[in-house]
Design a protein around this ligand. Structure first.
Ligand SMILES: Cc1cc2nc3c(=O)[nH]c(=O)nc-3n(C[C@H](O)[C@H](O)[C@H](O)COP(=O)(O)O)c2cc1C
Length: 198
């Protein structure tokens, strides 16, 4: 696909087939995501990939069984892959303590005016979403509200790592209800751009 087609046709998908995704496809998507820009080329992110039955651990922690009967997107739980993107603030403190960055005085996380670790991880997630779409996969980035602590404990995630959300991916399943936000109109460039002055 041409880049503009990838961008124009990507949509969040909330219904998946159970068909497994070969690791090589996921590895290629991560390879593309690893080309996203990052401050000081720190690349302070990791992707914890749950495959097949292992995704159950995610759902058990984040979506209590009693809520599933009324859950709007039952085939979301069929996604054969749940990928959890984590940002690593400490990697930035370490990188910016190195000689070429020492002048920045950003060797401590508390000194950062903007959390570049969440920015960089978000850039990588977006690149990953485009890569999955280009590879013929469907995907949904979604928030993890409840159960994150239980999940982290079950999966042995270090305390310092910051979970940004979850990505369900796999091959598209049966048509599902649209997301509630789908009716929001897309803002046009001239609504977004302030030419030369606010
Ligand atoms: C930071 C972020 C959080 C989101 N959280 C959820 C979520 O919790 N559940 C969900 O169904 N979709 C979630 N979405 C998907 C958005 O609803 C979706 O991207 C938006 O409606 C535009 O649709 P499109 O991406 O298909 O164009 C999230 C997207 C982003 C960027």
């Amino acid at each position: 696909m041409e880049f503009s087609e990838v961008v124009r046709t990507r949509r969040m998908t909330r219904s998946f087939a159970k068909t497994p995704v070969p690791r090589e496809i996921l590895r290629n998507c991560v390879d593309l995501a690893s080309r996203a820009p990052s401050a000081g080329k720190t690349q302070g992110w990791s992707l914890l990939v749950l495959e097949g039955d292992k995704t159950q651990q995610f759902w058990d922690a984040t979506l209590p069984v009693k809520r599933r009967a009324t859950f709007a997107w039952p085939h979301l739980l069929d996604a054969p892959v749940i990928a959890l993107p984590f940002a690593d603030p400490d990697a930035y403190a370490t990188r910016y303590s190195q000689p070429d960055k020492a002048k920045s005085d950003l060797g401590e996380i508390g000194k950062w005016p903007t959390p570049y670790w969440t920015i960089d991880t978000s850039f990588a997630i977006m690149t990953f979403l485009h890569a999955t779409h280009d590879a013929g996969l469907a995907a949904l980035f979604f928030a993890v509200f409840g159960g994150a602590d239980e999940l982290r404990l079950a999966l042995g995630v270090p305390q310092s790592m910051q979970l940004l959300g979850a990505i369900a991916t796999g091959y598209a399943g049966p048509p599902s209800k649209k997301g509630v936000s789908a009716t929001q109109p897309r803002r046009k460039p001239d609504e977004i751009i302030k030419w030369n002055q606010w």
